[in-house]
Design a protein around this ligand. Sequence first.
Ligand code: ATP
Ligand code: MG
Length: 249
Amino acid sequence: MKMKIPKSHPRYHSLVIREKLAEGFRKGLVHETGLIAHGRGEAFDYLIGERTTEIAELAEKTAAALLLIAKHPVISVNGNTASLAGRECVELAERIPAKIEVNLFHRTEERVRRIIEELESFGAQDVLGDRPDARIEGLDHPRGLCCKEGIYSADVVLVPLEDGDRCEALVKMGKRVIAIDLNPLSRTSQRASITIVDNVVRAIPNISKWVDELRDKDMEELRDMVDSWDNKKSLQKILEYISKRINPP
Ligand code: ATP
Ligand code: MG
């Protein structure tokens, strides 16, 4: 049964996001453990104030620059991402332009198919992932499966809500990995080239906004922006931001 959430509820936005995810679960897009992963994300979202911090904004801008200079950028989409920001991912992919590959931790052919159909309902074309023909090196079956013309050959991969192992494996393959993860302490956050500590529902449209703003800059300027990015420092700033909120000076 779908719940009608009253707009006056103080947790309205958070409840709408939960309802979207529950709907994704009922439609067979989201794995049951995805519901649990979302809860961990929510807790960190609460700590950062459920808004895009200045630190995340800069990460989103730098991510947009990296996606624009990439030769072969790919957006990796899982069930949670498709449910919460599927339409926004399709819009971002069109803008860059980038390929989309459905890549699941708990892979079933049925779920891959449903997620591809969901993305196609938002206008996506040629979504990869249903016929994997390559492996992410160092990851055992089946979460290591990927597509040669997608993630396998990508130079830049955007991974919203990625698992730490796979993030690390992609970096080891020489790719630059942009992660969206509300937990600045996760292995994904620590391993990625650019970590965006923000909710995927805010981060994806924000990256699109920056892609539009940066698209006319010269490549040199975008490259400088990416080269000067210090991910460790950015994560440190987020942790300081959270600790100040918990323990105001
Ligand atoms: P890792 O494997 O990187 O150490 P983990 O095992 O704690 O992390 P996973 O379950 O692999 O986490 O991945 C889920 C991650 O996604 C969590 O770190 C969680 O904070 C984050 N997350 C969940 N929902 C969202 C969301 N809506 N937006 C952004 N991040 C989210
Ligand atoms: Mg994990």
